[in-house]
Design a protein around this ligand. Sequence first.
Ligand code: TMP
Ligand code: ZN
Length: 405
Amino acid sequence: MRCRICEAALAPFVSFGRMPIANGFLTEADFATEPLFELAAARCEACGMVQLLEQPAPEAMFHENYAFFTSTSRSMAQHFGRLAEGVMSGYVEGDRPFVVEIGCNDGVMLERLARAGVRHLGVEPAANVAAVAQSRGVQVLVAFFDEALAHGLLKDHGPADAVVATNVMCHVGALHPFVAGIKTLLKPRGVLVFEDPYLGDIVEKTAYDQIYDEHAFYFSVVPLSRMFAQHGLEIVNVEPQAVHGGSMRYVVAHKGARRVSPSVAAHRGREADLGLDRPATYEAFRHRVEQSRDALVVLLEQARGQGRRVVGYGATSKSTTVTNYCAITPRLVEYISDTTPIKQGKYSPGAHIPVRPYEDFKASYPDYALLFAWNHAEEIMANEQAYRAVGGQWIVYVPKVGVLA
Ligand code: TMP
Ligand code: ZN
């Protein structure tokens, strides 16, 4: 496999072995035919883009039973509400403005625009989540976005003031045609606003669980700037976001069309300070990942050895990397509690830990809850004061393995 951006050689720096599809929650009948692929992350020696070595076909990941619904978390719904307000106040100009959201999921962002009467269109490949968006009054096209689709949209709707894509671009292996399509769609002062997990946070927090099949890329400002320059685009603003365990919001415009904020240079500096341009940084990351795995297994074995019950909290996509890489089986973690109906009654990918409704957690508190949904820690800790009050404890592994005091 060569770099998806520049075709140069890739230098793998961390391998997780055979892994299932992160959102591939399954029933017992499907255990024998569960698809597996080799999960490893690599850095391009030429353009610096960090990416997966191998990625399953998109159809295996984003299908009519896609298990990820954005609105399942209150803080995420609030985040997307603020994003919608920001797009409407900052980038929507003139009469009959038009906003396209690629990967609109259940419509949590576009719903705000629909209510404000802003012309919009969501493009979403997963039919089940798209149906939820439609039921909220959001205009949705069930499709994968690509260059051909962009030309069709331009013809049918005219150019866009803003194209929004949150947690989408990092999923798209064929990024060049995707970006070319966005460029086609944008008005002269139009912007692409996108958010994805930020490589700087992944490295700083040893958040190796961000590495899974859906995330083809682990973006940072420097390699992204090079990639956009090839399309006559430039990053004009960057803004760190707390969601998904550390994300970055990038605003991209036609080159020269908008003033470039000092935040862009500031983040280039932060990336140099973090050593994101040096192979040694990734060697050190791999070492910390291995240490993290070993420490988590020791902690879980100890708890079980003392006859304690351990339950996983949140069957997140990210947890699939952790459970499989650390070989966490139902012997160590009894079940995973999750509020998403489509995941309940199924088994976690690969590790086959049962996923049960949150009511089961409430009905009989375990001794330890393993916080798989660490990116929602604040919201969860606020909700789970009763669990803490009866002596329930939290096991965490990002940024460090331990039991919360
Ligand atoms: P995510 O980290 O990929 O957004 O997934 C979060 C998962 O965690 C989702 O399946 C819902 C679940 N969840 C809970 O079960 N309880 C909670 O309090 C929160 C915030 C999430
Ligand atoms: Zn490259």
